[in-house]
Design a protein around this ligand. Structure first.
Ligand code: HPA
Length: 245
């Protein structure tokens, strides 16, 4: 079963034929929302709204552990995260879709691991390639078959939020090698790896990052909503294709 975590702009999947919803409890607390189960085409899907159905949970307060654990418990065997981001690299302007291949984590104070001092052997996961190669290929193939231009690869900078970055911070991220910036990619990706669930991300560029292009002096939120609204239609089509619909 495919688990889809929807971020800003994707609090529900209109093409998901929902059969039932389930409130799942985990040792880590409750996930952001009840899980929605259903099918897209032949693919069984479980959907979770990362920020809650009413978009009320900010990035730094998302219970990432409960979200990943809940998806695994109900039988998700792979996860696609849909996340909106700011674009830093020149070819990642508003409306671009990106399947990133690397992450730099700038978050702090989040629960980053399922491990706690319970007498279990300490586990160091390999995270050289933070996204699952198979999930990335599935996303890129679905996009190509559909004629949807998706950028293959990019370094995702995970920032703490919920505020957006300063222009100087974005310059620093660019110098570090980051191509796009978002607030929810970590620890989500690392927890999925710990849980041994293949995980990939489809990033939707909502705006130029602070200090870039038309965000030179400020980031205009009215542009973000319009961009996300039209891009999420393309994302839904891409997911349908990914599911063989
Ligand atoms: N920065 C961080 N996260 C974001 C942005 C941004 O500019 N746009 C959408 N999510």
């Amino acid at each position: 079963m495919l688990g889809i975590i929807g971020g800003s702009g994707l609090t529900q999947l209109s093409n998901l034929d929902v059969s039932h919803r389930e409130i799942v409890r985990t040792p880590w607390g409750e996930p952001s929302a009840p899980l929605s189960f259903g099918r897209i085409g032949k693919q069984e899907v479980v959907f979770l709204a990362r920020h809650g159905f009413g978009h009320t949970i900010p990035p730094h307060l998302v219970n990432y552990r409960a979200n990943i654990d809940a998806l695994k418990r109900v039988g998700a065997t792979w996860i696609v995260s849909v996340a909106s981001v700011g674009g830093i690299r020149a070819d990642m302007g508003p409306g671009a879709l990106v399947v990133p291949n690397q992450i730099i984590d700038y978050t702090s104070g989040r629960e980053t691991s399922f491990q706690h001092a319970d007498g279990q052997q300490v586990l160091h996961i390999d995270f050289t390639e933070p996204y699952d190669a198979g999930v990335r290929v599935a996303l890129l193939t679905a996009a190509r078959e559909q004629g949807e231009a998706v950028v293959d690869g990019g370094v995702y900078a995970a920032t703490q939020g919920p505020r957006l970055e300063t222009a100087a911070e974005i310059n620093r991220l660019a110098r570090d090698g980051a191509d796009l910036v978002g607030m929810t990619g970590m620890p989500e990706a690392a927890l999925a790896r710990e849980a041994d669930v293949p995980y990939g991300a489809l990033c939707v560029v909502a705006n130029w990052a602070a200090g870039r292009a038309d965000s030179t002096h400020e980031i205009r939120f009215e542009h973000i909503e319009a961009t996300l609204h039209s891009a999420m239609g393309r994302v839904r089509h891409l997911i349908e294709h990914l599911c063989g619909a």
